[in-house]
Design a protein around this ligand. Structure first.
Ligand code: NDP
Ligand code: NDP
Length: 314
């Protein structure tokens, strides 16, 4: 498959594995890249020396392009940028911050830069900042999310109408049919997170992977809009937050309940009671833990099947 995104990144399929804290280390990223997609290291949960280790291991495990996701809220971002430049990582996906901050610096070192947004306004701001492509992520997505609740179905055509650089759709995509739908709405590629959490290569805890497989429709909700909105799987911690909302908790109380390191506790250490479990709505469509290469192959097979059905209708 050849289009603007496969050419920009030098990959076989327009499938990008989302950078996900605690879930996407070198094993997952290299497996997706080896399967013809683009694997991404989620650096938001990695101390500087941990990212260094993961970049090294990723380079040993694949000779294909891979990327690093750099959430701009990260406290030691300068050190992450140094690591990325030192190891000549070819592509960086920045998120949760201003795309002007790092884009030209990274590009001067020959790195392609993609920025993640949840609105048309920020997509255009990213284009102005000179990024090479944009990821537009809808309300269905897991983890951090936009406040406006714009769904992927509305966001992608709205961004596609205005943007001239390549567009990657994210949020709610976990199947080949979903991929085709996103491309029909105007995307050049898809970014998929949740589906890859339920793979042996993901660094998520086994109990979290199983919870993703077990999740059904309505089992996730967007929470903590007053702090940083995040889509969570319902569990006792989630219910604690819900009870606090029912008691009109203020922002400080919510922050106190959240505390520190909840995401690690839930997704990496497997504390299903007290941990934060970040996953998308599409978890309802995930029924099995599967190797990343198999996930990529199934996505492409289903995409091709759906495309041929679509062409028959025409
Ligand atoms: P390995 O697969 O060689 O080892 C995994 C490491 O993670 C071990 O040190 C192990 O500690 C620790 N670990 C495994 N499961 C858990 C858990 N449930 N809770 C806490 N720690 C756990 O390492 P990798 O090459 O995959 O990773 C290298 C480094 O990157 C490690 O320090 C790892 O912790 C970290 N990492 C960070 C991720 C992130 O998103 N921040 C994702 C994946 C790894 P022990 O030997 O004591 O059991
Ligand atoms: P918290 O403030 O609750 O905890 C920080 C966590 O990050 C701890 O578990 C800590 O590990 C780990 N960590 C890794 N590197 C550092 C560092 N240099 N300084 C301090 N802590 C570090 O944050 P969250 O767990 O909610 O989020 C962590 C990061 O991930 C943030 O940078 C945030 O922007 C990003 N994030 C991105 C998301 C996305 O969807 N892209 C989703 C959620 C968060 P330890 O416990 O071992 O000290």
């Amino acid at each position: 498959m050849k289009n603007r995104i496969t050419q920009l990144f030098g990959i076989q399929y327009p499938i990008i594995q989302a950078g996900m804290i605690w879930c996407s280390g070198w094993e997952l990223a290299s497996a997706v890249s080896n399967a013809g997609g683009l694997g991404i290291l989620g650096s938001g949960s990695m101390y500087p020396e941990v990212l260094d280790e993961h970049v090294r291991k990723c380079k040993q495990a694949t000779d294909k392009p891979f990327a690093v996701n750099l959430p701009m809220l990260y406290p030691d971002i300068d050190k992450h940028v140094e690591t990325i430049i030192k190891h000549k990582v070819p592509i960086v996906f920045t998120s949760a911050g201003n795309p002007k901050t790092w884009t030209s610096h990274l590009q001067q070192h020959g790195i392609k830069v993609v920025h993640v947004v949840s609105s048309v306004k920020f997509a255009l701001k990213s284009q102005e900042a000179g990024v090479d492509a944009v990821v537009a992520e809808g309300f269905e997505a897991g983890g951090h999310n936009g406040r406006e609740e714009t769904t992927t179905f509305c966001l992608i055509p709205a961004v596609a109408e205005k943007l001239s650089i390549p567009l990657i759709a994210a949020g709610g995509i976990g199947t080949g049919r979903g991929m085709l739908a996103a491309m029909n709405l105007g995307a050049d590629a898809v970014q998929i997170g949740s589906r890859f959490v339920a793979s042996p290569e993901s660094s998520a805890h086994q109990l979290f992977k199983q919870a993703v497989v077990d999740a059904g429709e309505g089992d996730t909700l967007l929470m903590l809009k007053e702090l940083t909105p995040v889509r969570l799987l319902k569990n006792p911690f989630f219910e604690e937050l819900r009870a606090a909302y029912a008691n009109q908790a203020d922002v400080d109380t919510l922050r106190e309940i959240l505390g520190r390191g909840r995401a690690k506790r839930g997704m990496f250490e497997g504390d299903m009671e007290a941990g934060e479990l970040e996953i998308g709505q599409v978890s309802a469509l995930i029924h099995e833990i599967k190797p990343a290469a198999e996930i990529v192959r199934e996505l492409i097979d289903e995409y091709n099947q759906a495309l041929s059905e679509q062409q028959k209708i025409n």
